[in-house]
Design a protein around this ligand. Structure first.
Ligand code: NDP
Length: 332
C-alpha cells in the first residue's frame, strides 16, 4: 500500500515558504502485532513547528531533513493487530504528516467523540486548551475584578484564555490583527474590550485608555512591540505568563526592546515562561474543567479548517500571516 507524505525539504532562513516542504509517495510499513493502520482525519498545525524547522536545540527536537514533519493528528483506525484499539476507533497521536501509517498502540489515545467533535481534541480539549488553562490558572492565578490583557487573543490559545478569565470574573482585553477578529472576540467570546494592533498607531496609549486601573495579568502569546506596550501599563504584583513569542519566530536578528527589568522590579511583577508539558501530570484535571465548560456553553470555540492533506504547509505558513481564527486545522 502507498501513501502520500510531506517532508521537510530544507530549513528556512527567516519566514518559511512552500519550498521548504516536499510531497512524496512512499510505501506504508507492514502492520505488526500491537500496531494499527490509521488514516489521518484532522492534522494540527501549530506555531511551535516553526522552531522545529530550525536545526537548533529546544524543548522539542528539530525535524529531520527529508523526513516527514510530525504533529498532533486525529486519525481513524482502518486495521488493527492491537488488543486495545479496533477498526473504526478515532484516536489522537503525535503522528507523521502521512495520509496513512502504521503506529504502535502505545502512541495513540482513543478519544470520545460523544463529548465534542473529534477536531476539538487538537484545540480546546487538546494541547492549546490545556496551554490556556494552565498558563492562566496556575501561573497567573486570576482574581475576580482583575484586568487581563491577552496578545494573540483570537488564536487557538487566546480565545480560550479570554473565556476562562471571564469565568473567573476578570475584565478581559484582547489584542488581535484584524477588525473581523476583534469584533468576534467581543460578540462571540465575551471579551470586554479589544485592540487591533495593525491599525492602532500608539499601542501603549490604547492600552492605557482601555486599562485605566492598569494590567494585573498579561498572557503573552506574541512578544515584541505588543508586549513592550502592554508592560508599560503593568500593575504592582502583576503576573505575566510567557506562553509564546510568535512575533519573533521568523526573525533572523536578535530583537531588542525596552529594558523591562526596572519596571518588573519596582512593580513586584512575576514573569514566568512555561511549556504546557510542564503540567502533564495535571492534564486530566485540565481536560475535566475544559470539557465541562464546553458542555455548559461557557467556552465557545472557533476553528479555521483548511481542506486537503496537500494544504498542510500552506496552513502552517498561514499562522504567521494571521489567516486563522481559533485553531488552525487541516482536514484530510
Ligand atoms: P494561534 O492560533 O494564535 O495562531 C497564530 C496567530 O498569531 C495568528 O493567527 C496571528 O493572529 C498571530 N500572529 C502571527 N504573527 C504575528 C506577529 N508577527 N505579531 C503578532 N501576532 C502575530 O496560535 P496558538 O494559539 O496555537 O499559539 C499562540 C502562541 O502560544 C504561539 O506563540 C505559540 O507558539 C504559543 N504556544 C505555547 C505553548 C506552550 O506550551 N508554551 C503551547 C501552545 C502554543 P493576528 O491576526 O492576531 O496577528
Amino acid at each position: 500500500m502507498k501513501t502520500k507524505q510531506i517532508v521537510l525539504a530544507s530549513r528556512p532562513k527567516g519566514s518559511p515558504t512552500l519550498n521548504n516542504f516536499r510531497s512524496e509517495t512512499v510505501d506504508v510499513a507492514e502492520l505488526k502485532n500491537s500496531e494499527v493502520l490509521v488514516e489521518g482525519m484532522y492534522y494540527s498545525v501549530d506555531p511551535y513547528m516553526r522552531g522545529r524547522m530550525n536545526d537548533a536545540k529546544s524543548y522539542s527536537p528539530p525535524f529531520d531533513l527529508d523526513q516527514p514533519i510530525n504533529g498532533g493528528v486525529i486519525a481513524k483506525v482502518l486495521e488493527s493487530k492491537s488488543d486495545i484499539l479496533k477498526a473504526g476507533d478515532i484516536v489522537l497521536g503525535m503522528l507523521p504528516w502521512k495520509e496513512k501509517c502504521t503506529v504502535s498502540e502505545k502512541d495513540l489515545k482513543k478519544i470520545d467523540t460523544s463529548i465534542a467533535p473529534a477536531s476539538y481534541y487538537l484545540g480546546v480539549l487538546g494541547m492549546t486548551g490545556l496551554t490556556a488553562y494552565f498558563g492562566l490558572m496556575n501561573i497567573c492565578k486570576p482574581k475576580k475584578g482583575e484586568t487581563v490583557v491577552i496578545s494573540g487573543a483570537a488564536g487557538a490559545v487566546g480565545v480560550v484564555v479570554g473565556q476562562i478569565a471571564k469565568i473567573q470574573g476578570c475584565r478581559v482585553i484582547g489584542i488581535a490583527g484584524s477588525d473581523e477578529k476583534t469584533k468576534l472576540l467581543k460578540t462571540e467570546f465575551g471579551f470586554d474590550e479589544t485592540i487591533n494592533y495593525k491599525t492602532t498607531k500608539d499601542m501603549s496609549k490604547a492600552i492605557g485608555i482601555l486599562c485605566p486601573n492598569g494590567v494585573d495579568i498579561y498572557f503573552d502569546n506574541v512578544g515584541g512591540e505588543i508586549s513592550d506596550a502592554v508592560i508599560a501599563s503593568i500593575n504592582f504584583n502583576a503576573r505575566i505568563a510567557l506562553c509564546g513569542q510568535i512575533a519573533l519566530y521568523n526573525s533572523t536578528d536578535t530583537p531588542m526592546g525596552p529594558r523591562l527589568q526596572p519596571m518588573l522590579l519596582t512593580r513586584s511583577v512575576l514573569m514566568q515562561g512555561f511549556i504546557v508539558g510542564n503540567f502533564k501530570n495535571d492534564f486530566p484535571e485540565g481536560i475535566k474543567h475544559l470539557a465541562q465548560w464546553v458542555k455548559d456553553g461557557k467556552i465557545k470555540f472557533a476553528e479555521t479548517i483548511e481542506n486537503g492533506f496537500d494544504n498542510l504547509p500552506k496552513a502552517l505558513l498561514g499562522l504567521f500571516k494571521g489567516e486563522n481564527t481559533g485553531k488552525m486545522i487541516v482536514k484530510s
